[in-house]
Design a protein around this ligand. Structure first.
Ligand SMILES: Nc1ncnc2c1ncn2[C@@H]1O[C@H](COP(=O)(O)OP(=O)(O)OP(=O)(O)O)[C@@H](O)[C@H]1O
Ligand SMILES: [Mg+2]
Length: 526
């Protein structure tokens, strides 16, 4: 099967080739001919399998560019998706000179009116703004032959049904209607019955709703240790780019801020932000300047960014549809992806019901230990260094410095000092605080206190033990084992010593660095 066999306009074929598409995906193979034949189609296929082009290619093929009228209209649930779909259709239709225009709320309506006046062939928009233009008379859909509802089920779920039906009233009777989504719950059938003529159901998901290329994992975490748990995961995984989903807008703001404060390249996205800000974050994410996009479900549907290696459900999704679409932001167009879900003890039930609905089990993984995080950071650093060593740049401005230093000192010492100067910061964070991880990772009968020792505090475990012992009166042996790593340090002590150690830590001052214990609390026993 290839694109040539559809007998598409040569300019559209050129557009498809320019996109780098070599052969049609399964949903495209079935939908393109059906839409070209004029059928109404309900298309369901897993996330990231090319549904946009499945409706986009025949829709663009259908456009008669000599007529400067809107001939196709696509509705999408979010602004970002409308922009993205418009962009993909613009690219595929470029050789044919098809003019596409996204229209969505939050953008100057005057500018949209101006653009519409110049004449466009395809409009892609969110239902509310589309309706606004129709009522003002600044958008005419009298000549529309194809209408598409992308993420149809989501638009029904979001309560857009009235708006959608209102938009449809502006369309001629004899239009083709296409519905697309990775999930098609029952509600869709009613819409189909009402508005479609002999709809063709095209489903290619073979019983699996989630894309098989995505590795699905969950971590058990404690509510008050979520942020720390997340940071450990981020520091031990190879995340090229990731989307982190939160339940609420406030949660997005807080997490984006907390991650930024810890030196991650993070940006927030939710529906209460000004459109300019939304655009700025989205563009930065697409460029790769933002590595972690922290978002509400506004980014769960349709968003296609090539390099996303991880989707992390910082808050577990409300339902299985949300889960399927969220994790579908990775593992797109045949690439692999990793989906990680943080689950608190209270949310285990929720996880089980998602598993039942998607018909799949998530793999449970232990949070990486501090040792693993430290190892991973060392490994990354070593790889980066090796890359520089192998690049063998003879013009390095550091060559002379090193020659001078190695004439005086042991080369090994010089290297260690250089690394310390360059990277000591990376192995600590600027935030002085202690977190109680409760039972996470602690040996039976022991409690762990997690200490964030702060930037360059230079605390050595024996000194800490000594200080605790001296200041608390607890025998040094009873203070227990203390490990100091990069971002976190921890003290593991017997249950009964915990209250004393807690108190001692609160008052401990070492090398002038105050060990601050603010959010700590006794062990969570449930
Ligand atoms: N035939 C093809 N060959 C290679 N890549 C393709 C092909 N068709 C589409 N793609 C690319 O695959 C990616 C995913 O496509 P698309 O966004 O249309 O997926 P989708 O099925 O709509 O997913 P979702 O359910 O998440 O909206 C895009 O980057 C797109 O350009
Ligand atoms: Mg899509």
């Amino acid at each position: 099967m290839n694109f040539e066999s559809f007998q598409l306009d040569s300019s559209i074929l050129k557009g498809v080739r320019e996109m780098g598409f070599e052969e049609p995906s399964p949903i495209q193979a079935e939908c393109i001919p059906a839409v070209l034949r004029g059928e109404d189609v309900i298309g369901q296929a897993q996330t990231g399998t090319g549904k946009t082009a499945a409706f986009g290619i025949p829709l663009l093929d259908h456009v008669d560019i000599r007529r400067r009228q809107v001939q196709s209209v696509v509705l999408a649930p979010t602004r970002e998706l409308a922009i993205q779909v418009s962009e993909e259709l613009r690219k595929i239709g470029r050789s044919k000179r098809v003019i596409t225009l996204p229209i969505y709320g939050g953008q100057s309506i005057g500018r949209q009116i101006k653009a519409l006046k110049q004449g466009v062939h395809v409009v892609i928009g969110t239902p509310g703004r589309m309706l606004d233009h129709l009522r003002r008379g600044t958008l005419k859909l009298d000549d529309v032959e194809i209408m598409v509802l992308d993420e149809a089920d989501e638009m029904l779920d979001m309560g857009f049904i009235d708006d959608i039906e209102a938009v449809m009233k502006f369309l001629p009777e004899s239009r083709q209607l296409l519905l697309f989504s990775a999930t098609m719950p029952q509600g869709i059938r009613q819409l189909a019955q009402k508005y479609m003529r002999k709809p063709r159901y095209i489903t290619v998901s073979r019983g699996e709703v989630t894309a098989p290329v995505i590795e699905q994992v969950y971590y058990k975490v404690l509510e008050n240790a979520k942020l720390e748990s997340l940071c450990r995961i981020l520091d031990s995984e190879e995340v090229s780019q990731g989307i982190l989903f939160c339940r609420t807008k406030k949660g997005v703001d807080e997490l984006a801020e907390a991650l930024t404060a810890r030196g991650y390249l993070a940006g927030g996205l939710h529906g209460d932000m000004a459109q300019q800000q939304r655009d700025r974050v989205m563009n930065a994410f697409r460029r790769g300047d933002v590595e972690l996009l922290v978002a509400t479900d506004v980014a769960a549907r349709g968003i296609d960014v090539g390099n996303i290696s991880h989707v992390i459900n910082y808050d577990i999704p409300q339902d299985s549809e949300s889960y399927v679409h969220r994790i579908g932001r990775t593992g797109r167009a045949g690439r692999t992806g990793i989906a990680l879900t943080l689950v608190t003890p209270r949310e285990m039930k929720q996880l089980r019901s998602i598993e039942i609905e998607i018909g799949d089990r998530l793999t449970n993984r232990e949070l990486p230990s501090l040792e693993e995080v430290a190892e991973r950071q060392q490994q990354v650093l070593t790889e980066q260094l090796e890359e520089i060593i192998q690049s063998d740049d003879p013009a390095s401005i550091f060559q002379e410095m090193v020659e001078a230093l190695t004439a005086k000192y042991d080369p090994e010492k010089v290297a260690v000092a250089a690394l310390q100067m360059a990277f000591a910061d990376r192995f600590t964070s600027g935030n002085d605080a202690v977190y109680d991880f409760g039972e996470t990772g602690a040996s039976p009968g022991m409690v762990r206190f997690f200490i964030n020792v702060g930037r360059n505090a230079n605390i050595r475990p024996p000194e800490l033990v000594k200080a605790i012992a001296e200041q608390s009166g607890i025998h040094p042996k009873k203070v227990g084992r203390i490990n100091i790593y990069d971002r976190f340090s921890f003290v593991e002590v017997p249950d009964e010593a915990a209250p004393f150690v807690f108190e001692a830590l609160r008052q401990t001052k070492i090398n002038g660095a105050r060990v601050n214990l603010e959010p700590a609390r006794p062990r969570n026993r449930n």
